[in-house]
Design a protein around this ligand. Sequence first.
Ligand code: DC
Length: 230
Amino acid sequence: MIVPDIIIAVDGFSGTGKSTLAKLIAEEFSFLYLDSGALYRGVTLFAQENGYIDGDNNIDLDGLKAALDKGLDLHFGSDGKTYIGDRCIEKEIRSLKVSSSVSPIATVPFVRAFVDDKLHYFGRNGRVVMDGRDIGTAVFPYAQLKIFVVAKPEVRAQRRFDELAAKGENPVMADVARNLEERDYIDSHRETNPLRRAEDAFVLDNSDMNLHEEIVWTQGVIQGKFGILE
Ligand code: DC
């Protein structure tokens, strides 16, 4: 199936499988995949390592702002992984420690502006699929295709648990579920660009779907929307 040069926004709560779907779309249609959450996670790791946020999530806003203004070379490498300078931070940014502080960091307006600038730059050539919380509503409100992914809470918690376990962490299910709940609340209640479904987004509930069914669903949506016959 030939897909036109469009921007595809994939939004939803944590653990709904947005990034898995977005990566599949990228592979299937030869799109560039951009994980906006990875940039929020990168800023969070940077803040933690440099003392701009403490264990109770108190943020030194002035210090962090000055550091970002000075320039933080946070980017995606040609291997698709996340880097600060030439240091790959992919493993660190997926830890529960970073997950526990990323939502508070993502509420900070100058952090969002910093990440949005990078996303606009990385996505400037189109033919890109980007996943996050506010891609279809704020970052690329003119995206030609918007997908809002939802899944049952217990399915989401199990997915996050399996993901952490596969990475060699020792997750406790109650902690994983609590972290998801807290992030849902913060992500959807913050003042700047909270998580919400764009009115023109297609909703995908993938609780009981496998990856093949998800991509078939996506193909159907694209065919319907762009009048593609096969
Ligand atoms: O998708 P993720 O779990 O890696 O995202 C990590 C956090 O980053 C999430 O809790 C909220 C924030 N985020 C955001 O506020 N806006 C986005 N577009 C992407 C992520």
